[in-house]
Design a protein around this ligand. Sequence first.
Ligand code: SAM
Length: 251
Amino acid sequence: MTDPIDYDVVAEYYDLYTRADYDYAFFLERVGPGIRVLELTAGTGRLSVALAKAGAILTCVDISKGMLARLERKLEKEGLRADVLCADARRLALDESFDTAILPFQSFMEFVGRDAQLDVLRSAYRAIVPGGRFYCTMHNPNVRRKSVDGVLRGVGTFEHDGGYVVVTGFEVGGDPVVRRSQFIEHFDASGHLGKRIHQPMAFELIDEGAFRDLAAEAGFRIVTVYGDYTPGEFDSESSPVMIWELEKPEP
Ligand SMILES: C[S@@+](CC[C@H](N)C(=O)[O-])C[C@H]1O[C@@H](n2cnc3c(N)ncnc32)[C@H](O)[C@@H]1O
């Protein structure tokens, strides 16, 4: 089984370079007050805080202690509540106590290999009630593959701790596993390099048909697949993402 990407090494910097909110409205429309939600791969709580503010009864799961420590700090600062669980999403033994499960930010792709993917789907399946939904997100492989070209690209430069942090990365492979090397360089105010982190990442470009088979094998009924967060219809040639709405059928 492939080791998960190590996010502890970047937890201090993650929120600097990850400020996306394009998926908030999508999830807030589906996760209202009083809904029991299991969020897999919650990280530092980019989305979780918005869901908790909206009144969701939230359980956040992530394998990185460093990422979850940041999430807990944010919840405390905002006076919000959520259960925070440091665990491997592939091996969760939570029983039917959630109305909805979500796996946001296209992070399903970080589960490399059929066995790992099936394990995560089964974890979500076990955890939700019959009739409950699982929103599982990933990039559209046909579109995402185009930026896997070995070219070093900048993610951005961010002021931090009296200096600045530069984030870059390049990606190779893609058949189906992409290897991304991400670099985080922390300079002081006079431009001297202090810390340099290399975060090796592996993620899989998951084919639409392969995911359909996996979801069915885990016991889910596919309700729909959206191609963006507006949410628009999925087009295999042009949609940026695949947002799968899965249902655990009633017995
Ligand atoms: C790209 S980050 C996304 C974090 C957050 N959902 C967001 O939207 O910013 C992916 C997260 O998946 C977590 N992760 C990776 N493998 C995992 C596993 N096997 N079990 C639980 N969490 C995992 C990482 O620790 C990391 O926090």
